[in-house]
Design a protein around this ligand. Sequence first.
Ligand SMILES: [Zn+2]
Length: 454
Amino acid sequence: MDNEQVAACDGSSRRSSAVLATQCHSLLEAIAGLGQTGSVAQHVVVVVVVVQRVYSIPVPSASIASIRLHSKTSSAAPPLEQGKRRLCVLVQDSFGMFSVVQLHLLDRDDLRQYCRAWLGRTCVLRGVKVVQRVTRERRSSLFSLIDSLWPPLKQPRECHGNAASMPSKRPPSFCYVLSGQESSVEPVEESSSVSPLHLPSTGQTLRDVLQNDHKTYCCSFIATVIYKRIQRCDVGQGEVWLVLTDQSLQGSSPDWPCRRTVPLHVNASCALTSCVLKALNDPAVCRLSFTDAIKEHGFLLCVEHSIIEVADSVDSRLTQEPPAQPARLDPLHVEVTPNSLCTLTGVIVGVDESASYSLPVCSQCGSHELQPIPPPGWSFHCVSCNSTMDKPITKVQMEVFLSSASVQNCTIKVKCSDYDVSTVLGKEVGPLTLYVRVVSRRPSLWISLEEICL
Ligand SMILES: [Zn+2]
């Protein structure tokens, strides 16, 4: 590939800041030409693409450290850099080829403005460099997103006898990661509306999502979060488990693989905006919109390209009514997976003495995050609800073994509280609302559960 061919891939030329730019419609031809044109300052190749997705990726801590090193500020992490992410766009040319373009750093809450400006628009791409070529085998989550955009809405163009740049009828097996700046992406002036080649994510019900039997599958839905476990790390960088449901799971009979509720893992690479964090930290049930989440081997997962938003702030025309509270749960069954919810009725057949203890909890909210208030006395401050009390309540935490008629040949251990240890054996309990902590299947089925309140 030489310069003439790059310039010839489309006849039209375009004047931009007194630099002659040649418009090209093929990402691969433009990329092939980058090596040679990079040094020719007066001749720039711009590529016409459709912005299919706008998202952000985490900035590796090493590159934040190097920014810090250069800025020569104090050794403490400047709060401004926390929560910085790199803006990314997934673009597609009219031959069907995709590229990821990594752009400038932004605050996690600023993504929306770029979605509004670029998503679905025909844009020109200029001043980009090749970072790497990635393959389907190495970046399965990116390619599940690409697969969800395949086939293109319009038959891809035939390339001028250049087999290298012509993707086949199948989705591409590789794509280039490019880097650029904010000015590298510019909507084409005449396209104030969404391109006919843009394929937006379409919302589904959770039932549709669970019934899809693709091994790895990109999906979008709105769901009610009925339970959450947030591992406290940096704000917005933590690993989060959510238990979701919607009317499609609550309303009809649960037949496998459909359940009443489904767990979703939010990977630490997925951006949680301050709005979403606020909703998740609120004890009330919230509804979230998940765009381009991944279902892999039956599990739901949000990764770096997935977008989570508070459902009330997104278009709600296609959403269903939130399910009635409290949500209905599945009874414990042998196929149960960790981090899901279930109910169970059973008889206490044993107490794990080593795991039983009593602890002081807040008399207002039940939290165990209490701090003694100096001078040493009997006064405590609750970190969770901010109240002060003289006497916390003593709560007995214990782990008991249950036997249940509904799940046979299985050791069931439940972490629960508020039972009188002396009278607990032989007592029938339930239905308990339980969070599944661990499921071990070897040498025999062993399920560890924790009693929770919804
Ligand atoms: Zn409290």
